[in-house]
Design a protein around this ligand. Sequence first.
Ligand code: ACM
Ligand code: ZN
Length: 530
Amino acid sequence: MISVIPNPLSVKELEGNFEFADGIKVSGAFGGAKRYFCDVLADCSIKSDQGKDFVFVCDPALGEEEYKLTVTPEKASVFASSEAGAFYGAQTFRLASELDTDKKSIACTEIHDKPRFRHRGFMFDVARHFFDKEYIKKTLDMMSILKLNTFHWHLSDDQGWRIEIKKYPLLTEKGTTRGSTAINSVGWSEHKEARINKPYGEGKFYTQEDIREVVEYAAERHINIIPEIDMPGHLAAAIACYPELSCTGKQIEVSDRWGVIDVIGCCGKQAIYKFVENVIDELVELFPYEYIHIGGDEVPKDQWKICPDCQAKISKLGLKDENELQGDFNNFVLAYLKSKNRKMIGWNEILDASTLSDETVVQWWCGEYKENGVEKWLEKGNNIVISYAPFVYMDHMYCMKDLPLFYKHSPETLGLDNKYFSQVLGMEAPVWTEYIRDTVKLEFNIYPRLQALSEICWSAENRKDFADFEKRLAVNVKLLDAKGINHAPKECYDCSSDEGRERQSVGWDLWAEDPYYEVKNFSKIQPSDS
Ligand code: ACM
Ligand code: ZN
């Protein structure tokens, strides 16, 4: 039996096994998929130039990411019309064989498969805590095994700037480093939380060389990267380097407080427009993809209300209010991106200005869709990506959002009218890293959620069944164990037991008081004290 995640569209079991202890002879179309598959075989010390036949066949009747995989005792064949389809066919074979006990055989089968959504995304906040390029590559590799194809890279925030921009060297000389770090939120609102009182972040950024290396690695795995530079809110790290970007021009420090900070970019002065153009100029050279994410979330406009420049701009343009000033800023960024042949995506607060230009993709994370502007946006024929926080925020502990709940995240569950389904490009799950300082906790929080994400993004509604998913998951965690990846066990990720329900009742308080509670109690691997 084939136990792969995500569940394929259809699986027919055939008689016998495809045994390949003597090697696999790889041939046929699709040079990229072939090369990748041979590398995977080499990693498992399996020869790729002798033994059982494995053929990649071009079938133009299949769709962009669609494939068929036919495995008989003598031969395995992947049919596809594109490199991506061929790649996914090979990944299914690979996963099935790696899950096999001896890794040298798979049960014969006939699989037909294609994804439900074209955007299958994981968002990683590397601003609050940094994870180096090798770790990003390790994560991309797992994503590709799970057929996730979009890596949303949250590269800047109030507490740190993490990408080299040659025109603004201070961003990575100074903007990477905050003075201290809050490690829990007891007394958070009064800033009485426990802290690590030493600077964090110096030198913690990706050089442009690093980015190019990651982009190349992702391309081999059919993963698109969406870089996010959050603006005009969540921009304090940049403002600490270039104070002229804010309304007051006052010198501030890179923020050492979590949450929403009222120092934001000034959209009444020219400086931010030049900054955005220059940063985008470098981003488009580095990231050869369709979309750039401009954030746009959580923008408190108190300073704009008293800033002479912001107010003058509102008057001059005849704008209704500060929200429309953000709308004007967003439209400026969109036009600039368009001039570079790129599209824009932003968090759903960019809809607070009804003037937002069409062609933007909105990422829905908060609020009811009938109230936050998303429904109106869909009515106008526009597209969205869904990352609804109450279900899929992976920084939240399992006792707040357990895996069965995560698995339910879908346009259907969120009550979206089915006439809009074709405007849902896909779904994404973010991990915010305020309280995630190391890979032990990171992995505990994101695995096995990424397995669930993979299935809800890829598998057709009628192929989704949590009980069946869990059976396959029990087999699939072998792969995580083999790769030394930490993951939450069932007694943690499933809160349906009495003990689980009891844990759920502590909710937010516990998350705030002890960020490592779940890891300490449920993982064999313990977090570091850093
Ligand atoms: C967000 O969680 N602020 C997008
Ligand atoms: Zn201003």
